[in-house]
Design a protein around this ligand. Sequence first.
Ligand code: RB5
Length: 147
Amino acid sequence: MIISIACDHGGFPLKTELVKILRAKNYEVLDRGSYDLNRVDYPEYAKAVCEDVVSKTASFGVLICTTGIGMSIYANKWKGIRAALVTNLESAHLTRQHNDSNIITMGARFTSIEDASLYVEAFVNESFEGGRHERRVNMINDKENEQ
Ligand code: RB5
């Protein structure tokens, strides 16, 4: 499974550790930056991950900034992206089951590396339940297509 991941300066230490852990678990990881602690603009880095997910170059995306909020707002402007800001393990499962989310965002200030790794593994290995949830996701897609 290919996972595309990016961060800004606020998420850089967490992203660096997470990439190591995911690769050690044999996930193929596309590390789209940033690559150091220099201050950057998170949309620039989120863009590459959104492109990877929309083009199906990657199955899932992971975006990390200080709060996870900016990354989430940006990614959700993309047609075909459903990005979920995840702060607990149950949400990591539920947003895949119910929303068919394809990007997980996390706030480095509030997420330990142990939790981040648990959330991402739960997210990428969980399935969409479809059924009534599919109807709701279709309503989101309809809204996207109106714009
Ligand atoms: C960067 O200072 C910070 O604004 C960013 O990491 C993120 O938390 C924005 O939502």
